[in-house]
Design a protein around this ligand. Structure first.
Ligand code: EPZ
Length: 423
């Protein structure tokens, strides 16, 4: 087993290139199943979840090979109906996108139900509601979701919540339906736009991605042949925000490069509210922390609001800011499990339901802590960067699922993090 040993109190400074977006890649890779020819997907992050998805595609019958660390060639033409109940499909939640892609392509699909996460139940009822609206029958047996449709017919679909996963999964099925599908209250995240752009690039007809109403003119159950081609994934806004917050908590001066600043507006605005100097350029943002940061209130929202995936890191930052800050989590039912680990480092946080009241302390102190999920792990690394002494983080497999070489890249900015093996 490996751990990260973080020696805190180093000020981060310098430039960091941001990788391709994990949550866009985890949607575009299954979307390749809808292509009619081979595709090359560029700017993939070299993270465990991506490697896991490559295994899912291979087991479904794709010929998939990395052409370099961040680019994958996938030929989906050999894919047939397969029950995706293998380990790699069970390991990642995003494997459920295979349902939409295969249902659209073959009229049937079966994928192992995703595991729950450490922040509340994560049902897929909105996904199922969407597939049923298109004419599919959906049953769950022995932990596998089975979908079947004699014919998919476009339909109006209203999402009770602007669910990223449900929006993307319905897109993947609806592109092959007969007639038009309209998704209302659709998610507007950049990775929803990215997968819609990719699908249009290979021949689909999707309008309005990025707004809360998306129209899909179906290809009439696959009668229109889709193309292939080379596509580049957008930059990862959550990774960019992670480094911006790391700059702030260490009193640093960091420039995140190869990003789309528009995606970062909620994070930039919050850091400015805390007295950081945040300067935007065409494809980069520089964050300089002031001596005295101000406490703020943070409420997570669907895009373009403050991202829930940066809520744990924001809490770590606010734990070091004198005064009271309030953090409200509106996207997930309970996403504060990591707080007990932050408290081991001296943080003073009171959680009640979807709200955390944070009282800043002069110094966090290094401790042995454990990641409970990907962003929780990143929160503890963020806290360790600022803490006095050493922080030893266990369960870093969670972090490796979503961040490429996080220790090496933080060290390139002046951090002191060592990856160690323990028995
Ligand atoms: C995606 O998860 C991301 N994962 C999550 O990132 C992210 O936190 C989330 O969107 C919100 O932005 C990937 O893209 C792989 P949702 P997803 O459907 O699609 C409820 C990370 O760390 N809901 O928008 O599962 C759900 O329980 C991960 O990178 C239903 O009730 O999120 C949640 O409360 C963590 N029924 C809310 O909606 C459904 O059918 C938002 O979920 C679907 C969702």
């Amino acid at each position: 087993m490996e751990q990260l040993l973080i020696r805190g109190q180093n000020r981060l400074s310098g430039n960091i290139d941001i990788n391709g977006a994990k949550n866009a890649a985890l949607a575009v890779l299954p979307a390749v199943l809808c292509a009619g020819e081979a595709c090359i997907i560029d700017n993939l992050p070299a993270i465990d979840d991506i490697h896991c998805y490559i295994d899912v595609l291979t087991r479904l019958g794709c010929r998939a090979e990395l052409v370099d660390t961040h680019a994958l060639r996938v030929d989906p033409t050999g894919v047939g109906y397969t029950v995706a109940d293998f380990d790699s499909a069970k390991k990642i939640r995003a494997s459920y996108y295979v349902l939409g892609a295969m249902l659209g392509k073959f009229g049937k699909a079966a994928v192992a139900l995703p595991g729950g996460c450490n922040f509340g139940s994560r049902p897929i009822d909105f996904h199922i509601k969407g597939f049923e609206a298109l004419g599919a029958k959906v049953v769950i047996e022995h932990g596998i979701v089975y979908c079947q449709a004699d014919e998919l017919v476009g339909a109006p679909i209203y999402l009770d919540f602007a669910s990223v996963g449900a929006t993307i999964n319905i897109l993947l099925a609806a592109i092959n339906a007969r007639g038009q599908t309209v998704i209302e209250n659709a998610a507007k995240e950049p990775h929803v736009v990215d997968v819609a752009n990719f699908l249009n690039f290979i021949g689909a007809d999707i309008r309005g991605a990025g707004t809360n109403v998306i129209r899909i003119n179906g290809l009439d159950n696959g009668k229109i042949k889709m193309r292939g081609g080379e596509y580049t994934i957008i930059p990862d806004m959550i990774e960019a925000g992670t480094f911006m917050i790391a700059a702030a908590i260490t009193g640093g001066d960091v420039c995140v490069k190869n990003i789309i600043p528009k995606h970062m507006h909620s994070v930039s605005a919050k850091l400015r509210e805390m007295n950081c100097v945040v300067e935007e350029d065409e494809d980069s943002i520089r964050v300089r922390a002031s001596e005295l940061l101000s406490p703020v209130n943070v409420e997570t929202q669907v895009y373009p609001g403050f991202p829930t995936d940066l809520q744990p890191q924001a809490c770590a930052l606010l734990s070091t800011v004198q005064g009271q800050s309030i953090v409200r989590e509106t996207v997930f039912e309970s996403r504060f499990q990591y707080v007990s680990e932050l408290e081991r480092m001296g943080a003073r946080i009171t959680v009640s339901g979807r709200q955390a009241v944070v009282l800043g302390v002069d110094n966090l102190t290094g401790a042995d802590v454990s990641a409970t999920d990907l962003r929780a792990g990143m929160s503890l690394i963020t806290a360790g960067l600022a803490a006095t002494g050493e922080t030893r983080l266990s369960n870093i497999n969670y972090v490796d699922r979503g961040y490429e070489d996080i220790a090496g890249r933080l060290n390139s900015l002046g951090a002191d993090i060592e990856r160690i093996s323990v028995l």
